[in-house]
Design a protein around this ligand. Structure first.
Ligand SMILES: Cc1cc2nc3c(=O)[nH]c(=O)nc-3n(C[C@H](O)[C@H](O)[C@H](O)COP(=O)(O)OP(=O)(O)OC[C@H]3O[C@@H](n4cnc5c(N)ncnc54)[C@H](O)[C@@H]3O)c2cc1C
Ligand code: SF4
Length: 336
């Protein structure tokens, strides 16, 4: 049996109290649903003196339409569980890919505990570090992200390339979402596309004394189609091994209408999600045009280069990125 290390637990009642606790207790960690951080503590990937629980912070749990900068957004509190996000009528109607991604995380029990804020701030994962300390010691004493000095995935590299494995993050980036943070200096808003860094040891721009309070997703102003494709070995309780979010803005509400904007974001590569570029040739083509699918799939195949940081061979996963992208587009077209 794996045991937790010893730590104190604080139960603040509001966001200001969370920020004060984070500021006054360097090294303290936030716990929301605990479905990621507690297994990591059992694996001794961290030994914080204090966990600051968000369990009693009710203000993190609303989902509401708001106006900001002359634009309509849906503001989703970071404390909503993944079940709540995936079942929310507004989220399902306006952002079906987000509802899909949240509904594909792990298992029903974990989605009932795990929050959207925890999913966005999920620690990076790697086959060489998400193991017991005993296992890591057997492998030459750990790696850059644990107790060691070498990266087993890229032994010549100086950076940790553990994988950003959240299901919701690629989707939130594809939808141009913003991440709202509260900290000692007040509130700041960071585009989801700028929140992540290519450093598996510290892969977000969140400061130690900040917490994510909500995710703001802009209400689409044109007809759109969006999808999230995930491949895992088992159908349940598995992190993604392939993860692609797609979003197409259309000139009219039909898959035969020309695409005016498209965003494709891949996860589970390195610590930072990849926003696929060079898709301009697909603009102006109908979503139902097979040429559009060929352009998008070719860009995904070229730019998404998995590493041996999570299970399954990287070349196979690279091929599957393309396959799952093609199937996702075909499903959108078939749905009309
Ligand atoms: C068996 C298993 C399978 C899983 N499968 C998947 C999967 O398929 N897809 C997937 O995406 N995830 C998966 N997970 C990971 C996890 O369950 C989810 O990502 C979940 O959303 C994490 O949310 P949480 O509230 O439990 O986070 P916690 O464990 O409470 O926290 C996770 C991290 O986020 C930080 N954090 C939490 N809330 C905030 C906040 N508001 N502001 C700033 N930092 C915060 C914590 O300090 C911690 O570092 C799985 C976990 C397990 C145990
Ligand atoms: S990518 Fe390298 S340094 Fe990072 S967790 Fe994996 S083996 Fe360790």
């Amino acid at each position: 049996m794996l045991r937790l290390p010893q730590f104190g637990v604080a139960l603040p009642a509001n966001v200001d109290a969370v920020v004060a606790l984070l500021r006054d207790n360097p090294g303290a960690r936030i716990v929301a649903g605990g479905t990621d951080i507690l297994p990591n503590l059992k694996h001794r990937l961290d030994e914080p003196g204090m966990l600051i629980s968000l369990a009693q912070v009710a203000e993190l749990r609303s989902i509401a339409k708001v106006e900001h900068d002359g634009q309509a957004w849906v503001e989703i509190g970071a404390g909503n569980t993944l079940t709540q996000v995936s079942e929310d009528p507004q989220v399902r109607a306006l952002f079906p890919s987000l509802a899909t991604a949240a509904g594909l995380v792990a298992s029903p029990l974990i989605r009932n505990m795990g929050t959207l804020g925890g999913n966005v701030n999920l620690d990076t994962r790697c086959r060489y570090v998400n193991q017991t300390k005993f296992w890591r010691q057997a492998l030459g004493g750990g790696c850059l992200k644990s107790e060691g000095k070498v990266c087993w995935v890229v032994p010549t590299g100086r950076n940790c390339v553990a994988a950003m494995s959240s299901d919701c993050v690629p989707v939130l980036i594809s939808l141009d979402a913003q991440i709202v943070l509260a900290g000692p200096q007040g509130q700041r808003v960071v585009p989801a596309a700028s929140y992540f860094k290519a450093d598996g040891l510290r892969h977000t721009v969140r400061e130690d004394a900040e917490l994510t309070t909500s995710l703001r997703v802009p209400v689409p102003t044109t007809p759109t189609r969006s999808a999230y494709a995930k491949w895992t070995v088992r159908k349940s309780i598995d992190f993604p091994l392939v993860s692609v979010a797609l979003r197409f803005d259309l000139e009219a509400d039909s898959v035969d209408a020309p695409v005016t904007k498209l965003v494709v974001v891949a996860g589970v590569l390195g610590a930072k999600p990849r926003i696929v570029s060079k898709l301009d040739d697909a603009i102006g083509k109908p979503l139902s045009d097979p040429a559009l699918s060929r352009i998008v799939c070719a860009a995904v195949a070229k730019q998404c280069k998995p590493l041996e940081n999570v299970p399954y061979e990287a070349p196979y996963r690279r091929r599957m990125f393309e396959v799952f992208t093609r199937r996702a587009i075909a499903e959108l077209v078939a749905a009309g």
